[in-house]
Design a protein around this ligand. Structure first.
Ligand SMILES: Nc1ncnc2c1ncn2[C@@H]1O[C@H](COP(=O)(O)OP(=O)(O)OP(=O)(O)O)[C@@H](O)[C@H]1O
Length: 279
């Protein structure tokens, strides 16, 4: 199977809307790839991810994930023979589910989604996301709930992971470890990731493709290796965009970022004991 996901001539309109939210989308995601999708609020990122996950039915165009129609009950949400889910969609809605805010233990929640079956993978995720299985859900911060969500959601291996801005309330260390884990996953087994986010700190070098979605249309698609160039001599924050008709490249100045400082501080925090006299 040549593509993790393939979309042809997809135009999608919500029934209650006059205008389509996606227009003539054509996209091929190869295996072992990480694609970042960038766009303003309302650009159509979540709509695209949900169509790929089979949450919404698409009547025009062609969508295949792992070679199968994501909306077909025979193809999606069933484990393949090798115990791998075809798609996993992780969005922010999860934190509003009532069970998440109940007095329920994290271990109990993890067991309910097959932790014992995927124990080795689960332990890695617990470690990366610094989850304590003794936590009670109703006493957790939003970021801690998000870590539990990610541990649950990533427990079963997947072929295509659709991440819809789920790292927004993770601290920088958890986010950075998670991105490293996901990068490794795409290198070590047959899977791919499509990640929609508004937060780009710490993402340089992570994607191999960057897509710009604007008002429901893909207006630019860059290969990170071939098209994105950094020029140390260029002014900070400068961006030079070549016209799409030429070589498709962009050249960026080195941006000032406090991200490395935040990562260093928070990594150091893990070894600190808090109390009088500590700094
Ligand atoms: N359930 C829905 N019913 C009707 N219209 C919707 C629905 N969900 C999204 N839309 C519309 O589709 C368009 C694309 O929305 P979408 O949620 O995909 O944007 P997005 O790029 O994910 O935005 P954000 O960055 O704010 O999450 C918007 O114009 C939005 O109003």
């Amino acid at each position: 199977m040549s593509f993790a996901a393939e979309i042809k001539k997809l135009t999608y309109k919500f029934p209650q809307c006059d205008e389509p939210s996606l227009w003539n989308i054509n996209l091929e995601l190869g295996w072992n790839t990480r694609t970042l999708i960038v766009g303003s609020n309302g650009a159509g990122k979540s709509t695209l991810l949900k169509l790929l996950s089979g949450k919404n039915l698409c009547l025009t165009g062609h969508i295949r994930v792992n070679g199968l129609d994501p909306f077909s009950p025979h193809s999606m949400h069933q484990n393949e023979a090798d115990d791998c889910q075809i798609t996993t969609y992780l969005g922010t809605e999860w934190c509003h589910m009532t069970i998440i805010n109940r007095d329920i233990g994290v271990q109990e929640l993890l067991d309910s989604v097959g932790f014992q079956h995927h124990r080795a993978r689960g332990e890695i995720l617990i470690d990366i996301l610094d989850v304590d299985v003794r936590w009670r859900m109703h006493r957790l911060s939003d970021g801690q709930k998000r870590r539990v969500q990610l541990t649950m959601g990533l427990l079963k291996p997947w072929r295509l992971l659709l991440l819809d801005e789920v790292t927004v309330d993770l601290d920088v260390v958890a986010r950075s470890r998670l991105l490293t884990f996901l990068h490794q996953e795409t290198c070590e087994r047959r899977c791919s990731i499509l990640y929609a986010t508004h937060i780009f700190d710490g993402l340089a070098e992570w994607p191999d493709t960057v897509i710009h979605l604007c008002k429901g249309r893909i207006v630019r698609q860059l290969s990170y290796a071939n098209d994105v160039k950094f020029d140390p001599a260029a002014p900070v924050q400068s961006v030079s965009l070549s016209p799409p008709s030429s070589d498709n490249s962009v050249t960026l100045g080195y941006a000032k970022s406090l991200h490395p400082l935040a990562v260093a501080w928070l990594t150091n925090d893990e070894f600190k004991t808090c109390g009088p006299g500590s700094n």
